[in-house]
Design a binder for this molecule. Structure first.
Ligand code: CO
Length: 137
C-alpha cells in the first residue's frame, strides 16, 4: 500500500531565515515562499534528489500549525507524507485496522493539489503521518 516518501514538513518561526539556511548552508534548491491563505500556511518547497522538505510558517489567525509552533518555538518536524496509490482504499484499510483518521475522514486538497489525509500520531509512534494520493505517470 505504502509508496515513496513524498515530503517531510518542518514548521518554522521565520520561513525566510529557514529557507536561506537550507540554501546557503546546505546548497539546497529552495523555492520562493508561497502563501496559501486557505490552508493557513506559507510554504517553501525544498527539492532534494529523492524527496522534498516543506518549510511551513503559520499564516493568519486560524493556522493549523500555530499551536505546534507555540509548543515548539524554534520549530520542529511536523509531519511526514507518504504516497499511496488510492487514498480511499488506503483510508478504508487503515480504518479497518483501527487507525484513526483526523478530521471528518474525507480527503482534503493538500499543498500540491493532491488529496491528502492525516493519521493520528498516537497510532504511528508519535509521528503525524499524512497520506497523499499522487497521480501515476
Ligand atoms: Co504535508
Amino acid at each position: 500500500m505504502i509508496g515513496r516518501l513524498n515530503h517531510v514538513a518542518i514548521v518554522v518561526p521565520d520561513i525566510a531565515a529557514a529557507a536561506a539556511n537550507y540554501r546557503e548552508s546546505l546548497g539546497a534548491k529552495v523555492s520562493e515562499p508561497i502563501a496559501i491563505p486557505h490552508q493557513g500556511v506559507t510554504v517553501v518547497f525544498i527539492e532534494l534528489p529523492n524527496t522534498k522538505i516543506e518549510l511551513l510558517q503559520p499564516l493568519g489567525d486560524n493556522s493549523p500549525v500555530a499551536k505546534f509552533l507555540e509548543n515548539n518555538p524554534s520549530g520542529g518536524i511536523h509531519h511526514i507524507s507518504l504516497e499511496v496509490d488510492e487514498i480511499f482504499a488506503a483510508r478504508d484499510k487503515l480504518k479497518a485496522s483501527g487507525k484513526r483518521v483526523l478530521g471528518d475522514g474525507d480527503p482534503k486538497t493538500g499543498a500540491h493539489g493532491t488529496p491528502v489525509l492525516f493519521l493520528h500520531p498516537k497510532d504511528f509512534h508519535g509521528t503525524l503521518v499524512e497520506i497523499e494520493e499522487v497521480a501515476k505517470n
